[in-house]
Write a protein that binds this ligand. Sequence first.
Ligand SMILES: [Zn+2]
Length: 178
Amino acid sequence: MTRMCHSSSRCASILCEACCWRYSLRIARRIQAHDPRQLHSLQITAPLADPSQFGQLRKSIHNAFCYRRRQCRWWSRVGIWGWWNGIGLRGLVELGSITATEFVSALQRQGAFRLLPIATETVRAEVYAAAMSVPASIRADGTGRYQPFKIAIEPVIVTTRSLPIPDSIGMMPMLLPD
Ligand SMILES: [Zn+2]
């Protein structure tokens, strides 16, 4: 199935273990780049596990994140990286400042959850295992990319904000009596 794959010429197939290992390094670096807090391995077992429903699952998770992020700023630091594994989603979640219970209750409509704390050093192995869990049957007829079987919502890096206050300050003299 897999084409010849050498260090000089990578096949880039998502069926290839060597290429998946390289891919997992790229993803792991993205996850580790911002000093992740409360990393967990994640398994969501979807009630209706069918590859064609993955798009719906992904959309629901995106919507839930958008909703929560509008409600609560702590959700900006929550990230999720998951791959369709035939029965749902397998991957990682960074909880930041929210609890596992809060995370699960926000997304519980998506299926049954299993969250286990993991160490930062194991991120690459977790990514690799999750990416390799995409069933070979659907990987084979894919385009060679993980995109159709993957969800990634990264944490928003919050920088110390210098508020754009000149406007309100500029208006103040007008409100003051002479
Ligand atoms: Zn390869």
